[in-house]
Structures are given as structure tokens and as C-alpha cells.
Write a protein that binds this ligand. Structure first.
Ligand SMILES: Cc1cc2nc3c(=O)[nH]c(=O)nc-3n(C[C@H](O)[C@H](O)[C@H](O)COP(=O)(O)OP(=O)(O)OC[C@H]3O[C@@H](n4cnc5c(N)ncnc54)[C@H](O)[C@@H]3O)c2cc1C
Length: 355
């Protein structure tokens, strides 16, 4: 049996940030991941200044390089047509293939490739696959995290109405247009699609929508993807590419969350913490990992309540007060922005395309 203070299942941003903070306080940590690193992670890789703040780095400290956007270009589709929007803001893009590998190395924790399966408690220790034994167990294995399944599924049930489905592809491409572009609600999509240029000649293209509305849609996510790729070709943003998208689902933030039971914890997507408006989960994964580590070091109950629920509002008590007033259940964006008239927009598209 391999013994350690803390066993972390999953080496994404949640697990590695937790490990980094624990190592800073001298704790013995082993991180398990079913994949060897670097590994591909489906993600647009769009990060906010808040993520850099949590990591306590400046863009130049990141050795793999990031693209900085000083504006985000967007189009919001209504029944009357499209409304162009430009947001003056500083945002960044990274490749998850690189970021996650860098975060893992930076953590200084021991890493083992091991798909965690069976979890049980014996006395005050957690035993994983009869191979690892730890006083503390952190589930950072994303949507399909086994720690969530074994310990938290009943305490912290996930509701399909907070689920998001996404399709994307990241590939080497000498992009000419260096803008980050978002399209909201096109053809009745209850979500948005994106074009995100990356450092080193990579491009990420994707599409995501709330499952709650997608299950009533007459245009499937795959059909929306085909419409997006055709549009990118028509606009000259991507030429001559052979498209092979992959899909993944995860959960945006519900209000009541139980992320600690005795000495077991869940962080990031395992806890369903992505923001309710843009479904960004890197920042919440990192912050929840750090706070969980501090709880392990200092004792007490982990508190994730002030991690921002909205990308657009940021974090802190003012943002939380505003989001509580705006949206107690976390469904305002899902229903009032993305869900608004989506069936009528679909009708318009289906009529115009003759489908
Ligand atoms: C298409 C798409 C686009 C996205 N775009 C953005 C974006 O632009 N910005 C943003 O902020 N968020 C984005 N997100 C969300 C973001 O990717 C996640 O919220 C974030 O990765 C969560 O981090 P995590 O550490 O919790 O989990 P993950 O990054 O999912 O890491 C979990 C790790 O656990 C490992 N694992 C799983 N099961 C086991 C097991 N049984 N044993 C051992 N290891 C296991 C996995 O291999 C993985 O390495 C996007 C998501 C998708 C699907």
C-alpha cells in the first residue's frame, strides 16, 4: 500500500492547484490521473485575469505563451437579426495541453498514471484501488470523477438542467484573424459558438449549449457544428480544414453545493462549479483547489460560496450580492438569454433553409 497525506484524483487545473498549495505547506501529496501528461483536454482555453490572479502570475511568467485579447467581438442573434457587440476587456487564451502540464509540474507533487476506480474508507483513511491510502482525498477528476460518484453523488446530486454539452476542435492553423469571436444564439442555439486563436499557430473552434433546451431542439448540436464550420469557411476564417469535433458535457453552478464530507473533498468540474453565464470552469477549478488545500492545512469547513458564479460579474462580495439578486437559482442566463425565443429562432432558420 502506498501511503500519503493527501491523494488527489485528477491532474486538471483543480487537482494541480490544490497540490501546489498543499506542497507549499509541506504536505505529502500524490496526484493520480488516468492519462499521462501532457494530455489533450477539450476546452476553448479562454482564461480571465482572475485566473492569473489566483495563480499569482503575470502573462509573461507563463512559459508556453498566451494570446492577449483587448476586445472580445460578439454577435447576439435575435428574431430580427444579429446585433454586433464589442466588449473592451483583457482576456487571454492558452492551450490546455500546455497549461495543465505546466500546472502539474509546478505543483511539485508526485504524479502517477492510474485510473482510480474503487474507493473505500477504512478507519480514518481513504483507500483507492487497494493500492493508495491517504488521510485526505480530493476528487478533481472532472465530470466523471470517481470521488464524486462514490462519496458525493447523493449529497450533491447533479441536475441535468444545469448541464452543458459542447463540441470542439483545436488544431494547428496559421490564423490570420487574431480576434476572439463569439456568436450567441445563432439559428436558435441555446448557447454560443467560438473562434479562439492560440499562441504558436493553433486555433480552437467550438460550440456549446444548455442540455435543458437542447433536448427540445430540432437542430442538433452536431447540425449546429456543421453550420458553424460552414460559416467559418464562408467568412474566410478557416479554409481547407478537415473537421473532426469531439464532445464533452459538464455542469454549471447550482446554488447548494456540498463539497466536503469528513476528509473527502471535490473541486472544479467534479463539484459542478463552471460559471452560469459563459460556462467557464478553469477559474473556479483553480480557486476551489486552492481553498480546499487551505482547509486541509488549517482545518474547518471549506467555503466556496464567494467563488464567482458569473464570468461577466467577476468575484467578491459585490458580484455575489448582485448575482444573488439577479438570479437566485443560476438559471437567468440559461432561460432568459440563451433560452429566449430559441424555438422561434429555430423556426426561422428551418424555414429559410427549407429543412
Ligand atoms: C468544449 C469545452 C470548452 C471549454 N472552454 C472553456 C474555456 O474557454 N474557459 C474555461 O474557463 N472553461 C472552459 N471549459 C470548462 C473547463 O474545461 C473545465 O471547467 C475545467 O477543465 C475543469 O477543471 P478540473 O480540474 O475540474 O477538471 P478537468 O480539467 O476535467 O481535469 C480532470 C482530470 O481528471 C482525470 N480523471 C478523470 N477520471 C479519472 C479517474 N477515474 N482516475 C484518474 N484520473 C481521472 C482526467 O484525465 C483529467 O485530467 C470548457 C469545457 C469544454 C468541454
Amino acid at each position: 500500500m502506498i501511503e500519503t497525506d493527501v491523494l488527489i484524483v485528477g491532474a486538471g487545473p483543480g487537482g494541480s492547484s490544490c497540490a501546489h498549495e498543499l506542497r507549499k505547506h509541506g504536505m505529502e501529496v500524490i496526484i493520480l490521473d488516468k492519462e499521462s501528461f501532457p494530455r489533450t483536454k477539450l476546452c476553448a482555453g479562454w482564461i480571465t485575469p482572475g485566473v492569473l490572479e489566483s495563480l499569482k502570475i503575470q502573462p509573461d511568467d507563463y512559459p508556453e505563451g498566451m494570446v492577449t485579447f483587448n476586445e472580445i467581438y460578439a454577435e447576439y442573434f435575435t428574431l430580427k437579426g444579429k446585433r454586433p457587440l464589442t466588449f473592451r476587456t483583457t482576456q487571454y487564451s492558452i492551450r490546455r495541453y500546455e497549461l495543465d502540464n505546466w500546472l502539474l509540474k509546478r505543483s511539485g507533487a508526485e504524479f502517477q498514471v492510474h485510473p482510480a476506480k474503487a474507493i473505500r474508507k477504512e478507519g480514518n483513511r481513504y483507500i483507492v484501488d487497494e493500492t493508495f491510502s491517504a488521510r485526505y482525498l480530493v476528487g478533481a477528476g472532472g465530470t466523471h470523477c470517481p470521488v464524486f460518484r462514490h462519496i458525493f453523488a447523493d449529497l450533491n446530486p447533479r441536475s441535468a438542467s444545469y448541464q452543458v454539452g459542447a463540441l470542439e476542435q483545436e488544431f494547428p492553423y496559421q490564423w490570420q484573424d487574431d480576434r476572439c469571436i463569439l456568436w450567441f444564439g445563432e439559428h436558435g442555439l441555446p448557447g454560443y459558438s467560438w473562434y479562439v486563436p492560440k499562441q504558436g499557430g493553433y486555433l480552437n473552434v467550438g460550440i456549446g449549449g444548455f442540455s435543458e433546451h437542447m433536448k427540445h431542439s430540432r437542430v442538433t448540436l452536431r447540425q449546429h457544428w456543421d453550420l458553424l464550420t460552414r460559416k467559418l469557411e464562408d467568412l474566410g476564417l478557416v479554409n481547407g480544414h478537415s473537421w473532426k469535433p469531439k464532445g464533452h458535457t459538464y455542469f454549471v453552478r447550482q446554488r447548494a453545493r456540498v463539497t466536503q464530507k469528513d476528509n473527502a473533498f471535490i473541486v472544479g468540474d467534479a463539484a459542478g462549479l463552471a460559471t452560469c453565464d459563459l460556462a467557464e470552469g478553469i477559474g473556479p477549478a483553480i480557486e476551489s483547489g486552492i481553498r480546499t488545500a487551505r482547509t486541509i492545512v488549517n482545518g474547518g469547513q471549506v467555503d466556496l460560496s464567494d467563488i464567482g458564479r458569473y464570468s461577466a460579474l467577476g468575484s467578491g462580495w459585490k458580484a455575489n450580492l448582485f448575482s444573488a439578486v439577479l438570479d437566485r437559482k443560476g438559471t437567468f442566463f440559461r432561460d432568459k438569454i440563451y433560452g429566449r425565443n430559441f424555438r422561434k429562432k429555430e423556426d426561422l432558420y428551418l424555414q429559410s433553409s427549407g429543412a
